[in-house]
Structures are given as C-alpha cells and as structure tokens.
Design a binder for this molecule. Structure first.
Ligand code: PEP
Ligand code: MG
Length: 325
C-alpha cells in the first residue's frame, strides 16, 4: 500500500474530469516536515503552533518561537505554509500556565479569546512570525473565531506589530495574508463579513461539527451520534463553500474529515479545492481523487441537499449513497 501511494506522489492531484485539488499537510513540529517530500503535498495548510508550547517545560521565548518558524520556512522550500496562532485552552493545556477551572472548557477561555484578553501573547508570537518570514510570504490564521469583530481585532494586533517592525527598519515579509478558522457556527451567519475581512478561510471541521451538533468531540458517548455526512453537516459545509466562492475568498478544510477518503471526496463534490490532512492521509486521498469523476457526485449532492421536494425521502445520512461513488 505505502509503496503504491508513493508511486502517486509525483502525479498531479487531479480528478478524471480535470478538477485540480490542492492536497496540503497538517503539521505542528519540525519532524512533520520531511513528509512534504515523501507525500508530494503542495504545502502545509495548518501548522499548529501550540505544539511547541505543549511539549515545552516553560513558555517558549520569543527567540525560541522565531527560531522554530524560521526552521519551518527553511524546510518548506518555495511551498506555502499557513501558521495558526496559538490554539490553547479547552483540552490543550500548558503545564506552566495557571489552570483556569471551567465547567465547559471547550466553550471556555481558549484560542483567540485568550489572545485578545492577553494581547502580549499574540503580539510576541506575531512578531516572531513576522521576523521569521522576512523576505517571504507569511500566511497566518486565527483559531476559534466566533465573530468577524474578533477577527478584525486580532488582525489589527498583527498589523500593529508589522508597523513596529517598519518603524524599526527591520526586515519584513514580502506579503502578509491573514485568515480565520471557521469552526464556531456563529461565523456561518457572518459569512459575508468574514469572507470580506479575511484573506482566506480554513474550516476546522473537528470543532465545527462538535459545536454544530453540540457533541463533545472527546466524549465517546456523544461524539459518534452525528455524522459528518448528514444533510445538516453537508449543508453547512456547502454554504461555506458557496459564500467563500462568491466572495472570491480561498477556503481550505483542515479538520480530520479532509483526510478520510470518503469525506474528502464529498468535500470535493461540495466544491472545496483545498484539503489539509495528516501525512498518512495524503496517499489514500490522492488515490481517491485520481479515480474520481466530480460531475455525477456534485449533481447527486445538489439534488440531495437542495430544498426537499414533496415525496422526497428524508435520509439521516448520505454515507451509504456516497459509498457507491
Ligand atoms: C479542527 O477543529 O478541525 C482543527 C483543525 O483544529 P484542532 O483539531 O487543532 O482543534
Ligand atoms: Mg479546532
């Protein structure tokens, strides 16, 4: 199997009807990056910067952060990388940070919420990223954005750091793109605003589904109760693809869904053209793509998800039907 997937590495990732899909890697540490060459992925779609913080015994200094980001850029060659700013809190605790007791940590003080309340954290990280990206294109995105106002505040903080570097005469990136993770359902009702404010979007389907269905992703009693291929989940995803397309805002899916061939196939049928996944998923997803004709799939999805016609059987999940493609 592995050897078979390796044979696919240098083939263009394109369906049989000519739809190109960018396959990207999820990463978080330098050891993940050699997989770029092994898998032939187009770049890193999600670099989880919190990993460096989670494995450290104390808060990584600004220097440590900048050094890691510079090493990441050095490993990328000219392939793009999208850094996600610190996604801590919830289930991602740092041993050296005081623990905040919360009844519902997943709904609690985490990710961009901490960054906006403790802006020094984001400022230091943003400065480290901007410095490490000197002479290159920096793509960064914020996790757990619930409103477009939050996104704009985080973006302004990063722009403040960019101005600071300009005043210092320090080397800066050639371009800075800022994106929002779409993983809190409220953002689906502010799609116009966020698609206009952000340079790109990235769907964190793990959290998006957890919050959409109100089912803790870490609790086995409930995490399997809903299906990512149910009409509700697929309609939510399709709306995001449509809105982002209408606003000309590039959108990636970077949750685990994107790395499972049947779900990746469905995402492509819904119109997504950028999928980010673990290294082990690239081969299986690419094998699926090379054998896929998107036209009947898209027709099927449109037919199944559009307004329910009289006599239309309501299905709980499209999984069995999708398996037939
Ligand atoms: C997600 O929520 O789908 C995601 C990619 O982020 P994480 O799994 O790191 O929360
Ligand atoms: Mg998430």
């Amino acid at each position: 199997r592995q050897a078979q997937y390796r044979l696919l590495r240098d083939k263009p990732s394109r369906s049989i009807d000519g739809v190109s899909v960018s396959l990207l890697l999820n990463a978080g540490l330098l050891v993940d990056l050699p997989h770029l060459g092994e898998t032939g992925a187009d770049g890193v779609g999600l670099f989880r910067t919190e990993l460096q913080f989670m494995i450290a015994e104390r808060m990584p200094s600004a220097k440590d952060q900048q050094a890691l980001y510079a090493d990441v850029f050095a490993s990328m060659g000219d392939r793009p990388v999208t850094f996600r700013t610190l996604d801590i809190g919830g289930d991602k605790l740092l041993p050296y940070m005081p623990r905040v007791e919360e009844e519902n940590p997943a709904l609690g003080w985490r990710a961009i919420r901490i960054a906006l309340d403790r802006p020094a954290l984001l400022r230091i990280q943003a400065r480290a990223l901007l410095k490490a990206a000197a002479g290159r294109h920096l793509r960064l995105m914020f996790p757990m954005v619930a409103t477009s106002a939050e996104f704009r505040r985080a973006k302004a903080l990063v722009e403040g750091e960019l101005d600071y570097l300009a005043r210092q005469g320090s080397p800066r990136p050639t371009q800075v793109s800022m994106g929002a993770m779409v993983e809190v359902p409220s953002l689906l009702f502010e799609m116009d605003e966020i698609a206009r404010a952000a340079d790109f979007l990235s769907i964190g389907s793990n959290d998006l589904m957890q919050f959409l269905f109100a089912a803790d992703r870490g609790n086995k009693l409930v995490s399997g109760r809903f299906d990512n291929l149910s009409p509700a989940a697929l309609r939510a995803l399709r709306r995001i693809a449509q809105w982002a397309g209408a606003a000309d805002c590039p959108v990636t899916v970077c949750g685990e869904m994107a790395g499972r061939p049947l779900e990746a196939m469905t995402l492509i049928g819904l119109g997504f053209r950028r999928l980010s996944m673990s290294a082990a998923s690239v081969g299986p997803v690419k094998a699926m793509l090379l054998a896929l004709d998107t036209r009947p799939l898209t027709e099927f999805l449109d037919r199944s998800l559009d307004a329910v016609a009289p006599g239309h059987d309501h299905v709980e999940t499209l999984r069995p039907a999708l398996l037939a493609f």
